[in-house]
Design a binder for this molecule. Structure first.
Ligand code: GLC
Length: 364
């Protein structure tokens, strides 16, 4: 247990944006497809499904190099943690060479507490807009349930609500292109132990499959997606799964001075040079995930890794470079934590990338 918890400063509030370009995006994909099939086929097959099937291994390759839009829609209200997603971020991210974005979303803060646990329609509209902008920029998009802290404390009490959230999210995006990937729940921890989690993830996937029979779904192991807990992860017999892990080791280095990690101030000044077994430790840890993937025939994604801005830049760059390259060598897709906040590779005030960090993620 690394005992992570969140308590971030409140800054400003958000404003929802109206429903937009998601439909345009589908139409752009669908119209040429329909025209093409009209020319080449005598009739359009009655069985044609809205969402083409993409092999999870192939899609994991397409996820390639990604970045998390952290601290935005995972805040209790967008903007409260200092960053609001701007439309132009997506072309900026794509132009820098990234293939995908992961958008952490706190759906549970925008849904009723009682049945039927309805998700606020203006929040759906905001997520629609963000997802459409990402797709427009040519990026794959992972959307998840992030910071459902209540379920970590009392899993049975929140089971029904969590499944109701997935029922709504899955039906809402059932016609989205396959480039939209669902991730069941970020970093199960605390009382949501492996036993509870294996049962809950299977139930959530069953709910998702009602409306999205073949969309690729991401899940990670209990205990914060820690590679060592893959051994306890049990998956349903479902072909369309990508397994995700997170990596922040050495934790005292990556989380030094992190306001949401009690007791992390004494870690300030920890460096990472790669010496004294440090590079090997990264390789050993990530290899655990890769070999689990091989044994279980599942593609592996490294969905978060990053070092907080209170660590020195030289160490952050070395560590980030080594983790990203190791993941790539092991055939994993990855997503850096995160775009433009406390771990940010992009400076949203100066409106420019932090060149060293970007270079560590995407070398020339
Ligand atoms: C987890 C948390 C996120 C945090 C990150 C690094 O993803 O959910 O909010 O910033 O880890 O600690």
């Amino acid at each position: 247990m690394d005992g992570r918890q969140k308590d971030k400063p409140i800054m400003q509030t958000s404003r929802p944006t109206p429903y937009s370009l998601l439909v345009t995006h589908f139409a752009r994909l669908l119209i040429p497809l329909l025209l093409l099939s009209a020319c080449t086929l005598p009739t359009i097959p009655a069985t044609m499904t809205a969402t083409p099937v993409v092999d999870p291994f192939e899609q994991n390759q397409q996820l390639g190099r990604g970045i998390n839009l952290g601290n935005t829609l995972e805040a209790p209200r967008e903007g409260e943690w200092g960053l609001t997603i701007r439309d132009e971020y997506f072309p900026i991210i794509a132009k820098a060479g990234f293939d995908s974005v992961r958008i952490p979303i706190r759906w549970n803060a925008h849904a009723q507490m009682e049945p039927p646990y309805t998700i606020d329609s203006s929040f759906f509209a905001r997520v629609d807009h963000v997802v459409a902008k990402a797709l427009d920029a040519g990026l794959l998009v992972v959307i998840n349930i992030h910071h459902y802290e209540e379920i970590m404390i009392d899993p049975p009490a929140h089971r029904e609500r969590m499944l109701a959230l997935w029922d709504q999210i899955a039906s809402h995006y059932q016609d989205a292109p396959p480039e939209v990937i669902f991730e069941v729940l970020n970093e199960p921890n605390n009382r949501l132990t492996a036993g509870h989690w294996n049962e809950l993830l299977a139930a959530a996937i069953e709910v998702i499959r009602v409306t999205n029979p073949t969309r690729n779904v991401m899940v990670g192991p209990a205990n914060w997606y820690n590679v060592n807990w893959l051994a306890d992860l049990e998956l349903p017999e479902d072909e369309h799964i990508i397994v995700s892990v997170h990596y922040y080791d050495p934790f005292r280095f990556t989380h030094q001075g992190a306001e949401w990690v009690p007791g992390s101030d004494p870690w300030l000044g920890s460096t990472w040079t790669g010496e004294g077994g440090q590079t090997e430790a990264v390789e050993r840890d990530l290899s655990l995930a890769a070999s689990w993937g091989e044994r279980n025939n599942r593609p592996i994604n490294l969905g978060e890794f990053g070092a907080y801005s209170k660590a020195d830049m030289a160490s952050r760059v070395l560590w980030t470079h080594h983790v990203a390259r190791t993941a790539e060598e092991l055939g994993m897709s990855w997503a850096y934590w995160e775009f433009a906040s406390g771990f940010g590779a992009y400076d949203p005030v100066a409106k420019q990338w932090r060149a060293e960090l970007l270079g560590a993620l995407i070398p020339e």
